[in-house]
Design a protein. Structure first.
Length: 429
């Protein structure tokens, strides 16, 4: 068969590729040629354009099998008397490109027609190795804190202040990834599984979270709160496993009121047979729980928990309210189901209706995760069978006498009460 070239006819043997002879007359033929085997041969018919409208570089850019295109070029070159100009014209490329691939073929065979990696052997802008080691030291605090999370912005500032090195945060981030100093964040389902495994190891009525809810940001009771008709703070304690919850109120946020609240709660637990030495009280780092950060001894709250009742008190890391997620969740529930719905004109109305709501919450309201009420969970998992355990009426801590029999433990460890009342007054209380 005779085929036409640019200047003179040439003979190109047609080859079958999967029982099909592909030409470049149509886009379908061009696409099939792209993905064909390496033995594909270009057919150039008389009277038709010798190549499609796309150039060699367009084919290389769009092709998923560039090695087949290079092989077709070399085969065409060898079949036509090693004519470099003709091959370059047919494939719409330059002579140096044809020479390059022919040279690679003669040197390395058909394997040489594969594209070589374009990664440079040396990078002139690579971060020096001493700088990378310095970044790693700053990230881990000289190796003393391997799990620390000093971010790229702080590392950039420390590099500039301590070493006079100016480096972008993207470069620092790239170095941290290279040194495996950035751990991937856990997915939400992974966190949920970890929490579920953690809760399986907990003992019922042994791990309690304590927090304070501010009531002056609730629109429905805001006027009564700012006029001191209603208390401003709600103290809450909640068991992580059974979701059993108790609350009290206070006009003043102080370690003294916090100590009163925890003393009432732990005394209530002890009355129903719970071993307070196995109880853990978890709080945030609020001053009402830990006192002054410059204090030389533990706060009153901690001393009541540990010295009086033998329980343990520990705090969550700063700025991590999610660690107190169980009690924080209750704060959202009580606002939606109680404060936003009830009419609370006076303090007595607040105490009466709050007492009713807490009985409903602990005795009748089923928990969606547990599929049961808190009291049902307590009955099934502990030796507490008396429903009066859930009877913990909310009190106003400011009005509760400090020398009442149930709070003598607070007075024993307190440094704030220096003038106790006489025996007659104490007996009246």
């Amino acid at each position: 068969m005779e085929y036409n070239t640019l200047s003179q006819p040439c003979q190109v043997p047609s080859e079958l590729v999967g029982n099909m002879v592909y030409t470049l007359r149509s886009s379908f033929g061009l696409k099939m040629w792209y993905n064909s085997l390496s033995t594909t041969t270009l057919l150039i018919c008389r009277g038709d354009p010798m190549t499609p409208n796309e150039s060699y570089y367009d084919r290389i850019r769009d092709s998923k099998n560039t090695e087949a295109i290079h092989r077709a070029m070399v085969e065409f070159f060898l079949a036509n008397g090693e004519n470099t100009s003709l091959t370059a014209s047919v494939f719409r490329t330059s002579r140096p490109t044809v020479i390059k691939w022919v040279k690679r073929y003669k040197t390395h065979g058909w394997q040489g027609l594969r594209d070589l990696p374009r990664r440079p052997h040396e990078s002139p802008h690579k971060t020096p190795e001493p700088h990378q080691q310095l970044i790693a030291k700053l990230r881990t605090n000289d190796g003393r804190r391997p799990n620390t999370r000093i971010g790229q912005d702080k590392i950039k500032l420390l590099l500039q202040q301590r070493c006079g090195i100016k480096m972008s945060t993207s470069t620092i981030n790239r170095v941290l990834y290279k040194l495996s100093l950035i751990q991937p964040r856990k997915k939400k389902y992974q966190k949920k599984r970890e929490i579920a495994r953690y809760r399986e190891r907990l003992q019922p009525l042994a791990h309690w979270q304590v927090d304070v809810k501010y009531l002056n940001d609730i629109p429905g009771i805001y006027p009564q709160v700012i006029r001191r008709i209603l208390a401003k703070f709600e103290y809450t304690i909640k068991d992580v496993l059974t979701t059993t919850t108790f609350i009290c109120y206070a006009y003043q946020l102080s370690t003294f009121n916090s100590a009163k609240f925890i003393a009432l709660c732990l005394d209530h637990f002890r009355r129903y047979g719970l071993d307070t030495s196995k109880i853990t009280i978890q709080t945030d780092n609020g001053a009402e729980f830990i006192g002054s950060v410059f204090a030389k001894r533990d706060s009153l709250f901690t001393r009541v928990v540990e010295e009086t009742f033998g329980a343990r008190h520990f705090t969550i890391p700063p700025a991590t309210p999610r660690f107190n997620g169980s009690v924080e969740n209750f704060h959202g529930r009580i606002e939606d189901e109680f404060y936003d719905l009830e009419d609370l004109p006076t303090g007595s109305d607040l105490l009466d209706k709050a007492s009713s709501y807490m009985l409903y919450f602990n005795l009748e309201r089923p928990n969606l995760d547990l599929k049961k009420t808190p009291f049902e969970a307590v009955q099934q998992q502990t030796d507490v069978k008396d429903p009066h355990f859930m009877l913990f009426p909310p009190l106003v801590l400011d009005d509760f006498p400090i020398f009442a029999p149930r709070l003598l433990s607070v007075n024993d460890v307190s440094d704030e009460v220096t003038d106790p009342p006489s025996f007659e007054k104490r007996s009246q209380i």
